[in-house]
Design a protein around this ligand. Structure first.
Ligand SMILES: Nc1ncnc2c1ncn2[C@@H]1O[C@H](COP(=O)(O)OP(=O)(O)O)[C@@H](O)[C@H]1O
Ligand SMILES: Cc1cn([C@H]2C[C@H](O)[C@@H](COP(=O)(O)OP(=O)(O)O)O2)c(=O)[nH]c1=O
Length: 202
């Protein structure tokens, strides 16, 4: 575990990403690595302002997709690329797979248009590892209902999340070298055990 790596956490809302990101960061720090933990949309001052807009305002689908990539452009320039350049590891709660899954799968924006934005914003960078927390819609919904006020995306109907999840799984089969699917219906302890195995195999 020498060269800096970029690890992303993905999955539908309520899958458990936020629960596990700190655990993975701690596993890496225990190996003596310096870890930058961040999130999208957000991760920078401007990105957090854009997050407020995209999570709470109604807008045209293409505006939404472009704001996700605008936030990402800033995030790459201000946080991700400098950290990797210093040799730090980066763990991010969501990245470009989320745009393909939510705006592409969920909202049906053309995948080709998203590929154009991806090529523009990060033509040469992909995560080294993407942990896809996979869970049924019913389990995810029950977890969300038990815990928090729902934002614009979390209020979407079941078919939206079915399509979002399907696009995540499609991407996992398209890019098997970087994706690991984590069955998140299991207990937190069982999931942590799988995460520890994945990280130690890096
Ligand atoms: N494996 C699990 N078993 C039971 N509850 C879980 C599990 N993983 C997460 N939760 C709970 O579900 C809720 C949503 O988890 P969270 O990590 O915020 O999801 P996400 O970041 O993917 O939207 C939280 O209240 C969390 O404590
Ligand atoms: C990064 C990204 C997030 N999103 C959505 C998914 C989530 O519903 C929402 C915020 O993500 P997230 O931080 O996972 O939400 P929470 O703080 O509630 O755990 O933004 C997109 O639609 N496209 C994107 O490109």
């Amino acid at each position: 575990m020498t060269s800096a790596k970029f690890i992303t956490f993905e999955g539908i809302d309520g899958a458990g990403k936020s629960t596990h990101i700190g655990y993975v960061a701690d596993l890496l720090r225990a190996r003596g690595l310096t870890v930058v933990s961040t999130r999208e949309p957000g991760g920078t001052e401007l990105g957090e302002a854009l997050r407020e807009l995209v999570l709470h305002k109604k807008m045209h689908l293409e505006t939404e997709a472009m704001l996700m990539f605008a936030s990402r452009r800033e995030h790459l320039a201000e946080v991700i690329e400098p950290a990797l350049g210093r040799g730090d590891w980066v763990v991010s709660d969501r990245f470009t797979d989320a745009t393909f899954a939510y705006q592409g799968g969920g909202r049906k924006l053309s995948i080709q248009k998203l590929e154009v934005l991806e090529q523009w914003v990060h033509p040469h960078l992909q995560p080294d590892l993407t942990l896809l927390f996979d869970v049924s819609l019913e389990v995810a919904r029950a977890r969300l209902d038990a815990t928090r006020d729902l934002d614009k995306f979390e209020q979407e109907k079941a078919t939206f999340f079915a399509d979002t999840r399907a696009e995540y799984l499609r991407r996992a089969s398209q890019f098997p070298a970087r994706f690991r699917i984590v069955d998140s219906t299991r207990s937190i302890a069982d999931i942590q055990q799988s995460l520890a195995q994945i990280i130690s195999a890096l």
